[in-house]
Design a protein around this ligand. Structure first.
Ligand code: MLC
Ligand code: AMP
Length: 510
């Protein structure tokens, strides 16, 4: 008897429409890719990877601009049975050096403009193969793949085999690689297909980056598993989105995208007339945005909640029979997800009380890459994952997130860990210590502000602090403002009172 193949690619491939010459992806610069193109190109890239003789479980690290070929590379990695490791294009050399050193990828794929420094880091870390891939259909990866066969048998995988590693920054030390399996990704995609009522004829407008859960898994898998066409935008441009919206039925975005769309006059009932579903997540959606969207378009945004370690956890209902979409809440645990709220002593809390959110389900990751101790710490004895988010469940089952126990800033849907930024600031000459806090921001939801203590008698220029950070860190992590002070507020235990700093600066951008 032949063994069933739990490879995620096999399930996605099985959902391709019968008519393989139909358009699968239409890009913003006028290119059309058919389902047959996806089938052939992923086979060729998978054959290229196979020809390299990579070891079982090899990681393929990818830092490239958004393109359809980058999606093909992701799918080819699954197809060939290797592990995909996407990296934010904003990461600079110190960040890439850490990820590559930690994950030890067998293959690194980067933009040709970064080949010099990325290949140096990769070869130093023992990577054997470095390819380039650009967003104009060029690069050594495609040149090599062009010589490979377009027939490829999808490699057999078990549900528990690794499919991807997503780095999420650590609250204290270094980033942790969340290990996601084929089973995690497929089960979550199947649940969402049903819960969000994906239907024949749906067209997804894809505007998010493809190196995080939202754009790479939730949006992409949703369309592929439904055999749905995608309208593909390499960058989020609100005017262009509104122009193309009448051709789409499903849109997914972080709250900043909704805020920016609302600033456009063209957003109205007419331009959204064919839309079936607007999904928001990755950061809290303000109730004002939720209400303004309803008033302007007549559509009710569906807010959901998830994270790199778990993919999607909760969702507001899509179908009226499941309930109403309530602004300010993230809805119900998805089918198959157990979610509970506990106090600090590990006791379950009754409805309405605020505590730490813990989850269990087929979507919950396998653990942190090469960090068994850290993994153990983040799970309870009975197998629940501690999300680090703080929330409550109301008597009718809606989950609301009220804060985070992890010291994390979510800015425009990207995570910024204060500890990482403070580490860099504290190394600067003239700095005694620093605190980075998140404050409300009308566009990004929240942004980082640095409060830096100078060493007595040493000059310290806040602009210099910012300029120095810009040279070292991904741009979205750079504090939007920097203040130089003589001391930080502390409590009687000597702990920095970040809440006071947040209060002090809460109106900086409002
Ligand atoms: C850009 N900038 C940001 C920023 N994005 N600053 C803070 N936070 C951000 N998110 C800054 C840059 O540093 C730069 O500053 C300036 O804005 C212009 O940069 P840009 O690259 O041109 O910006 P733009 O294209 O406008 O990008 C904004 C954005 C982008 C909202 C489109 O941030 C974005 O795509 N966010 C989506 C993130 C995402 O997909 N998250 C999902 C995570 S998954 P300067 O000073 O250099 O000019 C997850 C799980 C789940 O969380 O539940 O989904
Ligand atoms: P990441 O590590 O990038 O996967 O970010 C996951 C975090 O984003 C979660 O732990 C939450 O703190 C936050 N998040 C995701 N969706 C929502 C949401 N709808 N509302 C509030 N926070 C969210």
């Amino acid at each position: 008897m032949s063994q069933a193949n739990a490879n995620l690619f096999a399930a996605l491939r099985a959902a391709f429409p019968h008519h393989l010459d139909a358009i699968a992806i239409e890009t913003d610069n006028g290119l059309n890719y058919s389902w047959r193109d996806l089938e052939r190109a992923t086979a060729m890239m998978a054959n290229l990877l196979k020809s390299l003789g990579l070891p079982e479980g090899a990681r393929i690290a990818v830092q490239v601009e958004k393109s359809v070929e980058a999606v093909m590379l992701y799918l080819a990695t699954l197809r060939a049975g290797y592990v995909f490791l996407p990296l934010n294009t904003a990461y600079q050399s110190a960040e890439i050096e850490y990820f590559v050193g930690n994950a030890e990828p067998a293959v690194v794929v980067c933009s040709s403009k970064n080949f010099g420094w990325v290949s140096k880091i990769a070869f130093k870390a023992g990577t054997q193969h470095v390819f380039t891939l650009d967003d104009n259909r060029s690069g050594s990866l495609l040149e090599r793949a062009a010589h490979c066969s377009d027939h490829h048998q999808v490699v057999l995988r078990q549900a528990d085999d690794l499919a991807a590693i997503l780095y999420t920054s650590g609250t204290t030390g270094r980033s942790k690689g969340a290990m996601l399996t084929h089973g995690n990704l497929l089960s979550n995609a199947q649940v969402l297909k049903d819960y969000w009522g994906w239907q024949p004829g749906d067209v997804l407008m894809h505007v998010l980056p493809i190196f995080h859960v939202h754009g790479l898994f939730v949006a992409l898998h949703g369309a592929l598993l439904n055999g749905s066409k995608m309208i593909w935008m390499a960058r989020f441009d609100p005017k262009r989105v509104i122009e193309k919206l009448p051709e789409a039925t499903v849109f997914m975005g972080v709250p900043t995208l909704y805020v920016r769309l609302l600033a456009e006059h063209g957003l109205n009932r007419e331009s959204t007339r064919n839309m079936r579903l607007f999904v928001a997540g990755s950061a809290p959606l303000l109730i004002e945005t939720f209400v303004a969207w309803q008033e302007r378009t007549g559509h009710t945004i569906l807010e959901r909640y998830g994270m790199s370690e778990t993919i999607m956890l909760t969702s507001n209902p899509y179908k009226p029979k499941d309930g109403k979409r309530r602004g300010g809440t993230v809805g119900f645990p998805l089918p198959g997800v157990s979610l509970r709220v506990q106090d600090d002593a590990g006791q379950p809390l009754p409805a309405g009380e605020i505590g730490g959110i813990q989850v269990k389900g087929p979507n919950v990751f396998k653990g942190y890459w090469r960090m068994p101790e850290k993994t153990k710490e983040e799970f309870t004895a009975d197998g629940y994952f501690k999300t680090g988010d703080v929330g409550k469940i109301d008597p009718s089952g809606y989950v609301t997130i009220v804060g985070r126990s992890k010291d994390l800033i979510i800015s425009g849907g990207y995570n910024v860990y204060p500890a990482e930024i403070e580490g860099y600031i504290n190394e600067l000459p003239g700095v005694a210590e620093s605190a980075v806090v998140g404050v409300p921001h009308p566009d990004f939801g929240e942004v980082g502000v640095a409060v830096v203590v100078r060493q007595p008698g040493m000059p310290l220029d806040p602009d210099h602090v910012i300029a120095t950070l810009k040279a070292k860190l991904a741009n979205f992590k750079i504090p939007k403002r920097c203040f130089v002070v003589d001391e930080l507020p502390r409590n009687t235990m000597g702990k920095v009172q970040k809440n006071l700093l947040r209060e002090q600066h809460q109106h900086l951008f409002y």
